[in-house]
Design a protein around this ligand. Sequence first.
Ligand code: ZN
Length: 390
Amino acid sequence: MIHATIASMNSPDKFSLDEMLKDLGTLVSMESPSRDIARVTAHAEALSAMMQRMLGTAPALVDSPVGPHVHWQGGGEPKVLILGHHDTVHPVGTLVDIPFSVEGGIARGPGVFDMKAGIVQALHAVAALDDSSHIEILLTADEEIGSKESRALLEERALACGSVLVLEPSADGGALKIGRKGTGTIIVHLEGRASHAGLEPEKGINSLVELASLIPQIVAIANPALGTTVSPTMASSGTADNVIPAMTTCAVDIRVAIPEEKPRVEAEFAALTLANPEVKLSLTGGIGRPPMHESAAAELMPLAQSVATKIGLGSIDGIVVGGGSDGNFTAAVGVQTLDGLGAVGGGAHGADEHVIVSTMPARAALLAGLCQELSSMAKRPPLGNVPAPR
Ligand SMILES: [Zn+2]
């Protein structure tokens, strides 16, 4: 039985690196910076043609104010959502300085690692499946700018499919991402009243003194035992050394490791109490993506390890990272999620962005194996222990 499974699973040598690099060159040579609707649209159309050629059917191009999301469905009962984004952080013109190239086994170009190589691996993986009817692929247009226009769609499709495989780049030479912290910044604005500090200080309302009284309340919102940190990091106040300061602002960096902490932290900020009720307090910012808790990957990570073993990849790490992705959203609505299944390389978002091309067939095989295993199982029910944070 075990041998039959090995034989029926796509091994890395079934994937053509030449074909993958040709497709990678096509995508990287079309810049697709977030918010550049014309270029994002052209890139979506190129993806559509590629999917039609490789998968036999074209995706839907879902219009949004930031350009089209690309949504391909296998047509059967959906069980797996392969989730990625086709926008990049690199401004137009990056391609002039860093054209697509493959030299010494390293591919370069804007967005090559985050995440066009991941997209190419995924298309080749799905094309290699005997049965891709249970697979959906969603490539959004705005992940790099916070996913405001895709969040509802990707949450809906995650819930419909029951498991999510995210194509974000791997960590540390191939490690998968099993958890991500939620992060944010809240700015505390305090408005008092200015007056001359020597002539009539009693007529002023000192917003800096008020901040001093608020800081102990703010730092007490942290809960290190739950992984929640609340750190005042920058403050500014006043206009001159002889003026009672009317305006004071303080930036507070916030990190949360479990979903329940996001609403608690936000509620406690909203409930801060002033020592001087004449001061006006307002808050801006907030916690953006909710955390992706490790429990979301509790079934998928062992499955990935068993696939990696079957196809000869050996042991594969799963780590928790600080930064967020759309996997944070899908995990937060209670859908099991495994992230970091994309490219192996480094330098995301920078000039050194690169992919180690020899890894691409194996990463495609890993994704194909996961799709195959999940397709053969019953649809995964929502994770009961992870509340939606809305
Ligand atoms: Zn990305």
